[in-house]
Design a binder for this molecule. Sequence first.
Ligand SMILES: NC(=O)c1ccc[n+]([C@@H]2O[C@H](COP(=O)([O-])OP(=O)(O)OC[C@H]3O[C@@H](n4cnc5c(N)ncnc54)[C@H](OP(=O)(O)O)[C@@H]3O)[C@@H](O)[C@H]2O)c1
Length: 308
Amino acid sequence: MKMLNVVNGPQNISRIILGCMRMPALSVEDAAKMIATSQELGINYFDHATCYGDGEAETRFGDALPLTGIKREDIYLQSKCGLHFDRQEFDWSKGDILESVDGILSRLKTDYLDALLLHRPDVLFDPEEVAEAFDILSSSGKVKHFGVSNVTPGQLDLLKKYVKQPLVFNQLQLSLDQSQLIDTPLYLNNKTTDMSIDRDNGTLEYCRLHDITIQAWSPLQIGMFKGCFVDHPDFPKLNEVMGRIGETYGVSKTAIAIAWILRHPAKMQAIAGTMNPDHLKDICDATKVDLTHKEWYDLYLASGKFLP
Ligand SMILES: NC(=O)c1ccc[n+]([C@@H]2O[C@H](COP(=O)([O-])OP(=O)(O)OC[C@H]3O[C@@H](n4cnc5c(N)ncnc54)[C@H](OP(=O)(O)O)[C@@H]3O)[C@@H](O)[C@H]2O)c1
């Protein structure tokens, strides 16, 4: 496993995260197996959110961890708050953040979170309220580190004007299929393609400049949640190139898709969403591979992009 020390953040964390969004589908015993397999593969970082299964993912994890014999202090637990599909609103108010964290801690059966992220921007957010909530969570020891998810540079600047704690993570969608973070600056000012349309105001460069570690979500998905592009018939060229490069390293296509994310010099983490131990092993093989500069470009171009 490749590890990472986050500036002003947690140290010695795994570059692969187990994302627990799909954990509600598992029994407690199977969830324990997934957690134990993760640890055997070198993963020490787990991602949650209050909305995953409406709290069920956190509950399942909290019930399963004691069955593994893994000590709480040997892993990093992260969760996200503010996204309320049930209420059809996003909420970063002080009260909602504080109440959410208490719920997370009780479902995960722990007295602290290693990291809390604000899930998706509440367009009505008041940064001073967020700052008050983070101060309470930090001084009470309930949360060690803070970050955001799907948040723009402008929103980060506004938060940073008031929030004292470093914001050390931004969780963003990135995969060989959904590579907008990389496309926009590449096609800058190019009227012949929609890929030049700036959808995130330079978030990748902002995060690198401000020591914010990007956590790439849905690293294998087509679109938002249309299935996995590995072995998908709509991606023949990409699968051919992933297969060819995989053969040279003795790893699967899946490992190569994840290695493509890890190769970026921004030193991102990739959040694996699989609940299948064999798929997770394939994903972790990515950390044995250092793609060459040319292989990275070959994969990018095979995913349907072109050089302007
Ligand atoms: N911040 C956000 O807004 C946001 C949004 C979405 C997700 N997330 C986070 O990102 C994590 C990952 O998201 P995701 O689950 O969409 O990611 P993913 O890893 O891209 O997709 C996993 C899905 O692909 C399937 N799959 C099919 N073939 C596979 C293969 N060969 N290898 C691996 N998986 C394969 C998995 O099924 P099997 O289980 O059968 O392998 C699983 O259903 C989530 O758990 C969550 O923590 C964050």
